[in-house]
Design a protein around this ligand. Structure first.
Ligand code: ADP
Ligand code: MG
Length: 608
């Protein structure tokens, strides 16, 4: 129920559409009622039971009796003046006319339903997307990308198809049912009382069936997440899959998942298909019972019910069964959709672990120093960083070296608060970074990492990524500093050349220089370089390194370098080993120590 209310929040802004929808549904239901009632005069004419009231009723009032009298007079005068056949045709034309109104109103009602449904779906997707962007990185290392994609696509669609479409029914059908019931009570209270006892029994029966549908749906949607994950991974890894002849393997993996999904869906469909025949059978049983009871009432002459009226009564009653049936189908559908709604809520309500405090300390640029104080961090069980202490004065370059897996990237990831330390604190100009506005904190930093993450967009937009409205000039300047001008200007559309998915139309070195240009344009006081040149060949490394030196000028830099030759001029070099700082000093000091650094250095010299 709580989930339902949650969803309702999304509907509230579009209440006007809902109101219009309800109004036109009421009009449509009224027209439906009148078109059904037309069966009474039709049968009366046919069986020659039409009373010939030749006197025109004195005044017209808007009540059932008056309408009836007026109509009787109208029918009588047609029979008198033109004959019975014309009277029949008149009734037929009236039925068509009223039905035209009924369907017309229905269309208008749905016309307003369309924006309601789609706007809600759009808002849901927007909300999920926004949430995805603010969630901390740690959230995504625990969950699969495909699963998130499936929540924003297929789960939202499921909610739309099952719940929101059923909501339409919840607006419409009660109106029809109530209106028709009122008519039935008016026509025969006795028979209607009997009906009212019959209906709940059948509703209960149907309710039982819907129960475990939700559970099944949930596991179905989870599988869908896995399927999308596999597709996504496969698309990314096609090159390797082909090279390793692993097509069969990946096909098998896909088949396994999709077959499980298939089995679940077959079960779901079978159960859902049960809703329709079951309610039809129950509907018929109820109908026949009413026919029998109503028939005895007519034959016994009890309850003031004529034969024609009973037929009209049955026809109206029959029309209640359809929305009542739709109601039970809606119940099934909602159960199915609730599973998806749960998955969406899981994401929307996911905890944002990296929180900003209520009244953050305002930050005016970077003035003095960055300090790691007794910082300890772990992702899961093992501590990845242990008791790190480090002070970086403004304008200095600090290099971090160590074997792969020693915690270098983790250490620099703590600075922009991609993760928070579990012990200790990190200070900027003496203020704990947890007390700063996250946005302001991140404004201070530019990051260039090993895999240059670029977007499927133009050079211009990739470089101008950090700025809302960068000028052509700024972008060209940045490209120049980053040694990227030459190849950009040699490309087909200059700065407006689309670099392809993840920048795949560029070489590694070119991609890296574009990402450096992006950092240049942001012009941050603090620079984080995480193995920015390690994936490059010697020639591009030289070009990129030049660009980096240019970028590092007048900035405070944390440099993780794969090749030690590039950091010999750093003000201080930190050697990390299994999450601890084991040595620190300048290049010459460290070489003199004859320890870890010396060994790292020798290993590189022998391979180079
Ligand atoms: P380096 O950059 O020095 O190669 P990292 O800082 O990337 O090392 O990793 C340090 C340790 O933390 C490694 O043992 C790695 O397995 C682990 N690690 C890194 N990222 C994650 C993560 N998102 N979740 C769990 N463990 C991680
Ligand atoms: Mg690393």
């Amino acid at each position: 129920m709580k989930r339902f209310l949650n969803l309702f929040r999304f509907i509230v802004p579009y209440w006007a559409y809902a109101v219009l929808n309800v109004i036109f549904n009421i009009l449509s239901a009224i027209a439906a009622l009148f078109s059904t009632l037309m069966v009474i005069p039709f049968l009366r004419v046919l069986f020659e039971r039409q009373e010939i009231t030749a006197v025109k009723p004195e005044s017209f009032e808007l009540n059932a009796n008056s309408i009836q009298n007026y109509f009787n007079y109208f029918m009588a005068s047609i029979i008198n003046d033109y004959g019975k056949t014309t009277a029949l045709i008149t009734v037929c034309i009236l039925v068509v006319g009223i039905t035209f109104l009924k369907t017309g109103f229905k269309y208008v009602a749905n016309y307003y339903m369309a924006p309601l449904r789609n706007n809600v779906v759009r808002d849901l997707r927007r909300k999920i997307f926004r949430k995805m962007v603010v969630l901390p990185l740690s959230f995504f290392s625990d969950s699969k990308k495909g699963d998130i994609i499936s929540r924003i696509t297929s789960d939202v669609q499921e909610v739309e198809q099952s719940i929101i479409s059923s909501l339409a029914m919840l607006f419409r059908d009660p109106i029809t049912i109530i209106l028709f019931l009122v008519m039935l009570i008016y026509m025969s209270p006795q028979l209607t009382l009997f009906v009212l006892i019959m209906l709940p029994i059948s509703t209960l029966l149907i309710g039982r069936l819907g129960k475990n549908l939700k559970q099944k749906s949930l596991s179905g949607q989870k599988r869908m997440g896995t399927i999308i994950s596999i597709v996504e991974e496969t698309l990314n890894g096609l090159r390797i899959i082909k090279a390793f002849n692993a097509e069969n393997k990946i096909n098998d993996r896909f088949d396994n998942t999709i077959n499980t999904y298939n089995r679940i869906m077959i079960k779901i469909f079978r159960r859902r298909f049960l809703a329709s025949p079951l309610s039809e059978l129950l509907g018929t049983i109820v109908m026949v019972t009413v026919m029998w009871y109503g028939g005895t009432l007519v034959l016994d002459g009890k309850g003031n019910l004529s034969g024609e009226a009973l037929i009209a009564y049955l026809m109206i009653f029959y029309q209640i069964i359809a929305p009542a049936k739709a109601f039970s189908t809606a119940y099934f559908n909602i159960q199915k959709g609730l599973a998806s709604l749960t998955r969406i809520d899981e994401l929307i309500d996911a905890d944002i672990e990296i929180k900003e405090i209520k009244n953050p300390v305002p930050l005016e640029g970077f003035k003095d120093s960055i300090e790691y104080k007794n910082v300890t961090f772990k992702y899961e069980q093992d501590k990845v960083l242990k008791n790190i202490n480090l002070k970086i004065e403004k304008g200095k370059t600090i290099a971090i070296v160590g074997h792969s897996g020693s915690g270098k990237s983790t250490m620099v990831d703590l600075l922009p608060r991609f993760y928070d330390p579990i012990e200790g604190e990190i200070l900027i100009d003496g203020v704990n970074i947890k007390n700063l506005k996250i946005k302001e904190l991140r404004t201070l930093m530019g990051i260039v990492s090993q895999d240059s993450i670029l977007f499927n967009d133009t050079f211009f937009n990739n470089i101008a990524f950090s700025k809302d409205a960068a000028s052509e000039n700024e972008v060209v300047e940045a490209a120049k500093v980053a040694n990227a001008r030459e190849f950009i200007e040699a490309s087909k559309n200059d700065y407006h050349f689309n670099i392809g998915d993840k920048g795949n139309k560029l070489s590694g070195g070119q991609k890296q220089r574009v990402s450096i240009a992006r950092a240049v344009l942001k012009n941050p006081p603090i620079l984080i370089l995480d193995e920015a040149t390690s994936s490059l060949d010697t020639e591009s490394e030289r070009l990129v390194q030049e660009a980096l030196f240019e970028l590092m000028k007048n900035r405070t830099s944390l440099v993780i370098a794969h090749r030690l030759s590039t950091i010999q001029n750093a003000d201080e070099i930190i050697v990390l080993h299994e999450g601890e700082i084991v040595e620190r000093g300048t290049h010459t000091e460290l070489l003199a120590k004859n320890g870890h650094y010396k060994k790292l250095n020798e290993m590189q010299n022998s391979t180079n």
